[in-house]
Design a protein around this ligand. Structure first.
Ligand code: NDP
Length: 324
């Protein structure tokens, strides 16, 4: 037996409950991981509310760090006692232990704590595919990145700055401005009191940016469209304020023959080679001090609902973890 957060119906944080569950032995190609720290991600709230539909009842959570406790048949990647982290599921990371496909997990480098690994992996792999693959950020180009002081934002801003971009970040209120600046934003726009597109035009001498990374969704959609230069790329990678409403493709023509993509990390990290390349690059930048990761705010696993209330309140900065 082990204990896990489960939910039987979609809704607010109160639908989450901490329950005893049975965990089968790891199957072929799997390892059993005893969790030491569990990453909280905004996607977990989409699962809980039903924005992203799951068969119910269900476990929750895609990301955790821990120690390999049992190795299934055919696994050569890990041994018992290895410290590993995973970020592409299976769903059910909000638990004391989980069985994970070995090819989807990564050995935590020495010098990186389990809490940091669990707060870094999913968000760091996301920053990797956004900045290095969806659009390869170039030195000298301006980029617009929303929610700059959030979990993904905190990593992506440092990474984009390292790549040489002129980084324009948005934050929801003035209390997050100093942090966004410290992370490396050249310009910070406070979305609650400033016109994002007008500020971007001012900063870029009227041209607009070649790429917008937008995880806020509904509330920033038009501002992001209006911030793009002709032939610019709209990267819509989240819906923190709600999903982007349906729009006419002709809008992209009117606004400058824009490109629009709605990527998810799960299509960018599908093989162990892709995982190792992306995670290797991420942890190398952490080891070199390019990406500095502050200690995540932690909650007991049983209090996962409080972590959800916190991340949905827009009051958090950086990452949150659950401790079993
Ligand atoms: P964050 O820590 O960034 O929290 C979300 C942030 O969004 C808030 O802090 C807030 O920042 C901003 N926000 C704007 N409007 C709202 C709103 N109405 N309600 C709540 N938050 C709002 O979360 P994560 O780092 O976990 O994730 C960031 C985003 O990236 C999410 O949208 C997530 O879904 C997406 N994502 C997408 C992936 C993919 O593969 N496509 C993978 C990983 C994450 P502020 O107040 O400063 O505006």
């Amino acid at each position: 037996m082990t204990r896990a957060i489960r939910f039987e119906k979609v809704g607010g944080p109160d639908v989450l409950s901490f329950q005893e569950v049975t965990l089968a032995p790891p199957g072929d190609g799997e390892v059993r991981v005893r969790h030491t720290a569990i990453g909280v991600n905004f996607i977990d709230t989409y699962h809980r509310t039903g924005l992203y539909k799951l068969p119910l009842p269900s476990g929750l959570g895609m990301e955790a760090a821990g120690v390999v406790e049992q190795v299934g048949a055919g696994v050569t990647r890990f041994r018992e006692g290895d410290r590993i982290v995973y970020a592409t599921g299976p769903l059910g990371a909000y638990s004391e232990a989980n069985n994970v496909v070995a090819n989807r997990a990564f050995k935590i480098p020495d010098g990186v704590s389990d809490e940091i690994a669990a707060s870094l992996m999913l968000k760091g792999l996301t920053a990797h595919f956004l900045l290095r693959r969806t659009h390869k950020v170039q030195a000298g180009e301006p980029i617009l990145f929303h929610a700059a002081a959030g979990g993904v934002g905190m990593i992506a801003i440092q990474w984009a700055r390292f790549l040489g971009a002129t980084v324009i970040g948005t934050v929801g209120n003035d209390s997050k401005v100093a942090l966004a600046q410290r992370l490396g934003c050249h310009h910070v726009i406070v979305s609650s009191r400033e016109n994002i597109a007008n500020r971007v035009r001012e900063i870029t001498g009227g041209k607009g940016v070649p790429v917008v990374y937008d995880s806020v969704g509904r509330d920033t959609f038009m501002a992001s469209i209006d911030s793009l230069a002709p032939l610019g790329l709209f990267v819509s990678f989240g819906n923190a304020s709600g999903p982007v409403p349906p729009f006419e493709p002709a809008l992209l023509a009117q606004k400058g023959s824009l490109f629009f993509t709605r990527p998810t990390m799960f299509h960018y990290v599908t093989t162990p080679e892709e995982l190792d390349a992306a995670a290797g690059e991420l942890f190398d930048l952490v080891a070199r001090g390019v990406i500095r990761k502050s200690e995540p705010k932690s909650f007991p696993l049983a209090m996962a609902a409080d972590a959800h209330r916190a991340i949905e309140s827009r009051q958090t900065t950086g990452s949150l973890v659950l401790i079993p």
